[in-house]
Design a protein around this ligand. Structure first.
Ligand SMILES: Cc1cc2nc3c(=O)[nH]c(=O)nc-3n(C[C@H](O)[C@H](O)[C@H](O)COP(=O)(O)O)c2cc1C
Length: 175
């Protein structure tokens, strides 16, 4: 049942060093690849970083202050989820609608990825409190790729506790 998977996905902030098999990463990436996107532009690019030196540089230098995330040093994989914007859908269209479609698209694809990971018993955590430019520099990304989120992936060292959610009556309005 889908709700069971949605409940199983929790932010993991404690990882084992145990490597993640490539076929599991491919499974999660395939789930992301199937995501919908505005004008089917598929602006997501997943940089899957397993190299220990690159991971250390991201964990040491690319996090913003005030929210320590020491567990990022341990996660065996850090996915850098990037946007490749198209001039029409992601730059011109938002001038009319006020909606940043590439962020929606990346959020959907990223959530497909983390849900697939949860199904396979892997822990993940969305990270938005990081330095996008420093991350791009560490990875030598071209100017057309902008990091939008980091997602560590690995086997959980301890199981996470579910966090409270607003009741349905607060978030849904039936008219
Ligand atoms: C866009 C986004 C950015 C986030 N950034 C961070 C972050 O920088 N550091 C962190 O520890 N958690 C981060 N989180 C995780 C949230 O704190 C977490 O999803 C929320 O508290 C609900 O907990 P749950 O994921 O375990 O259900 C982020 C989540 C999202 C969706």
């Amino acid at each position: 049942m889908f709700l069971n998977l949605a409940r199983k996905r929790l932010s993991c902030r404690s990882y084992l060093e145990q490597p993640v098999p490539r076929e599991l990463l491919d499974y999660c990436l395939e789930a992301a690849r199937l995501a919908p996107s505005a004008c089917n532009q598929q602006p997501w690019r997943f940089i899957v970083v397993s190299d220990p030196e690159l991971r250390k540089q991201i964990a040491d230098r690319a996090l913003l202050p005030g929210l320590p995330m020491p567990w990022l040093q341990v996660a065996p994989v850090i996915v850098v989820l990037c946007a490749k914007k198209s001039p029409v859908t992601h730059i011109a269209a938002p001038l009319f609608s006020g909606i940043h479609y590439h962020l929606l698209d990346i959020g959907i694809a990223g959530e497909h990825f983390v849900l697939a990971a949860a199904e396979k018993g892997l822990g993940t955590c969305w990270i938005g409190w990081f330095k996008t430019k420093t991350t791009a520099k560490i990875l030598g990304l071209s100017g057309s790729l902008k990091p939008i989120a980091l997602i560590p992936v690995g086997y959980p060292a301890v199981s996470a506790e579910p966090r409270e959610r607003l009741p349905l009556s607060d978030i849904a309005d039936f008219r």
